[in-house]
Design a protein around this ligand. Structure first.
Ligand SMILES: Cc1ncc(COP(=O)(O)O)c(C=O)c1O
Length: 415
């Protein structure tokens, strides 16, 4: 459930018509619903309440400081994957003891920053990384908490680019190697090897792959008599973009609870998409309608640099007009942006309502991996972001300017 819907003929976010925001803040414009955001966080919290988990919202899905602050106020910790995300997490004033740090390639600098900040633990993905954190922690004369990210070789049955736990993926440590690590903890004097981390993929719609992974982990823990303080299940809960019927947080929790009860350790979850995905939408303005021989192209001012998911994963997002219309274009419609790539589309081969130049449309389910994946490709300033709360709305990120586009270019004389 989310708070984006038609009221009579106009499309609203909570109690604010999106057209009003599009006119005031211009387009492309990301709009977020405060209520949807908070509701989704609370749904997970409630579903897993038996385990009193630390829910570390995955910053990569949407890293706006205001979004982070709202979730922190709800009790969230944060899952970060870079020095930049750690910086933002600390700026948002999350307690460092609620930060977990993943990533297959943490630099020395990032490891030092995390040790300095005193985060809860590192999710570690290789033996060389383990040795490196041990070496750096020694200099800090500190013991770092470490969860070994294991790769249980399960198929999450999602898009191949967001499948992360098959043995051919770069993520995690094979169980055989993990066994060697846990049986040689003495080698890592400056590490507390006290956690196991899993993140099997993203946009997962059933509990089955989680259950498969958890069963393997339980067997592994028992066989090797491993004592854990933390079991980190990662993120990955799927949402509705099209006609998916993903499990609810409640049914997901119910399905895996019997397995979780067998692991005596604090539960950590790292959801991103589930919390913020349906909390955000991207408003675009129609520039031209081009009638081509086989299709109609609705050309908007919003492109793959603003929302990368269709180009990257051929992801489907529902797209609707801000002003309801009853008539349809005769031909199938591609809704595209102005970027010089054939892969630049928001929607492809849709039966789509008639719209004219100057009309507005909105791409739904754009809150996760929307703005956070956006770029300046084709020298396009990144979009503004607005948060709606009831009747009120707030600019939470300014639109970039042309000056921003050149702010870090260095003018070198004589070349
Ligand atoms: C380690 C880790 N945790 C959590 C997440 C969040 O995943 P999702 O947004 O699907 O919940 C990701 C996403 O890539 C991840 O890599």
């Amino acid at each position: 459930m989310h708070e984006f819907k038609y009221k009579k003929n106009k499309f609203y976010c909570e109690n604010v018509p999106l057209e009003l925001l599009a006119e005031e803040f211009k387009t492309p414009l990301y709009v977020y619903s405060h209520k949807t955001l908070v509701d989704h966080f609370r749904k997970i919290k409630l579903a897993f309440s038996e385990f009193k988990p630390l829910i570390c919202y995955s910053v990569k899905s949407n890293a706006n400081l205001n979004i982070l602050r709202i979730l922190i106020r709800e009790g969230a910790g944060l899952d970060v994957v870079s020095g930049g995300e750690l910086y933002k997490a600390l700026k948002a004033q999350v307690k460092p003891s609620k930060i977990v740090f993943a990533s297959v390639g943490k630099t020395d600098e990032e490891i030092r920053e995390a040790l300095k900040a005193d985060i809860l633990f590192f999710n570690v993905e290789s033996v060389p990384e383990l040795e490196n954190i041990n070496r750096i922690a020694k200099k800090f004369k500190k013991k770092a908490n470490v969860a070994i990210r294991v790769n249980p070789d399960v198929d999450a049955k999602t898009h191949e680019y967001i499948t992360t736990s098959k043995k051919e993926n770069k993520f995690g440590i094979d169980l055989k190697v993990a066994k060697e690590i846990f049986s040689s903890t003495d080698k890592y004097e400056y590490l507390n090897l006290n956690g196991i981390h899993l993140h099997i993929g993203s946009q997962i719609t059933t509990a089955k792959p989680y259950k498969d992974a958890l069963k393997k982990i339980i067997t592994f823990i028992k066989a090797n008599k491993i004592r854990l303080d933390y079991i980190n299940l990662g993120g990955g809960l799927g949402i509705i973009y099209d006609d998916e019927k993903p499990q609810t947080a409640e049914s997901f929790a119910k399905a895996i609870a019997p397995l979780l009860r067998k692991i005596k350790a604090r539960l950590i979850l790292e959801p991103g998409r589930f919390i913020v995905g349906n909390s955000g939408a991207l408003v675009a303005k129609v520039l031209y309608v081009k009638d081509a021989p086989t299709k109609t192209f609705v050309i908007t001012d919003t492109a793959m640099n603003d929302l990368m998911r269709p180009a990257l994963y051929k992801a489907f997002h529902a797209i609707v007009l801000l002003e309801k219309s009853k008539s349809y274009f005769k031909k199938l419609v591609d809704i595209v942006g102005p970027v010089c790539e054939t892969g630049d589309f928001l929607g492809k081969s849709r039966k789509f309502h008639k719209v004219k130049s100057g009309g507005f449309l909105v791409v739904l389910g754009a809150g996760a991996y929307g703005f956070s994946m956006s770029s300046n490709y084709n020298a396009r300033p990144r979009a503004a972001e607005v948060l709606v709360k009831g009747n009120k709305y707030y600019l939470i990120r300014k639109r970039e300017t042309y000056q921003d586009l050149i702010a870090t270019d260095v003018k070198v004389k004589g070349i």
